[in-house]
Design a protein around this ligand. Structure first.
Ligand SMILES: CC(C)(COP(=O)(O)OP(=O)(O)OC[C@H]1O[C@@H](n2cnc3c(N)ncnc32)[C@H](O)[C@@H]1OP(=O)(O)O)[C@@H](O)C(=O)NCCC(=O)NCCS
Length: 225
């Protein structure tokens, strides 16, 4: 893999002093997106949320704090191809949003996991955060397009994505396979009859022009250069 503008920018944020990415006011609240940290509090929260939403993830395994700690260190902070930001509302950690899997041929990357503390309610906030984050992915990472994959039964998430301008490219049948510590869902290779297919993935894609159609006048400040 050659080092692209994408990788250079992710590394710059990881090496910066303040680790802040974006700042916005949302209905009298201060909202910040900041690089994920390795604190006990973050590990505890992420483990809890990951368990609560386990049915929406492409892989499942015994989730515990040690695995979360290892994941943050090895799969995120030491991985040049991935970045995860914590969402803060009035200094409280309420969720994450992330990016990974740069593809040089199409100059695109994936909008990776996005999730919110199920106990935290602020209507419209996550839709607005997705919009400002996607705008940063286009402008700050100079991407041509953004790719995404989610379960077709994750209707809540798909509804938000549609509001952000994503297009549904394909719906593909998937099947569960065993991994060394659990299961994962993958594109089905067997020609199964439709009645035997348990779940599907939505393959989605976004271009900047479609995001900007419904962006309205959201004001936010980019804190990294
Ligand atoms: C999907 C998820 C982020 C949505 O969070 P949320 O707080 O409900 O998100 P929002 O409030 O922005 O949007 C949802 C609702 O707010 C409403 N809304 C949107 N913009 C609004 C606004 N400006 N003002 C008021 N309400 C608004 C929407 O209509 C929607 O309501 P509806 O579901 O009744 O139609 C959250 O449920 C979650 O974390 N789910 C798990 C994520 C997941 O599956 N992750 C794993 C795979 S990546």
């Amino acid at each position: 893999m050659s080092i692209s503008y994408y990788h250079t920018q992710l590394q710059k944020i990881k090496n910066s002093d303040n680790k802040d990415l974006l700042k916005m006011h949302y209905e009298e609240h201060d909202v910040f997106l900041k690089l994920i940290d390795e604190s006990e509090e973050t590990i505890t929260l992420l483990t809890k949320w990951r368990k609560q939403y386990r049915n929406n993830f492409g892989s499942d395994f015994t989730i515990d704090e040690n695995k979360t700690k290892k994941w943050i260190k090895e799969q995120v902070l030491s991985n040049i191809d991935k970045i995860v930001f914590l969402i803060y509302v009035d200094n409280q950690k309420i969720g994450i949003i992330s990016t990974s899997e740069y593809d040089e041929d199409t100059n695109s990357a994936i909008l990776d996991t996005m999730m919110k503390d199920p106990k935290f309610e602020l209507p419209g906030l996550m839709t607005t955060i997705e919009k400002i984050y996607l705008k940063w992915m286009f402008d700050g990472l100079k991407l041509e397009k953004i790719r995404g994959v989610l379960f077709s039964d994750n209707l809540k998430m798909m509804k938000i994505h549609t509001k952000c301008g994503w297009r549904l490219l394909d719906v593909v049948p998937i099947e569960q396979t065993k991994t060394k510590d659990g299961i994962k869902w993958e594109k089905s290779t067997l020609k199964k009859p439709k009645k035997d297919i348990e779940r599907y993935y939505n393959i989605i894609e976004l271009v900047r022009e479609d995001l900007m159609k419904n962006f309205n006048d959201i004001q936010c400040e980019v804190l990294c250069d």
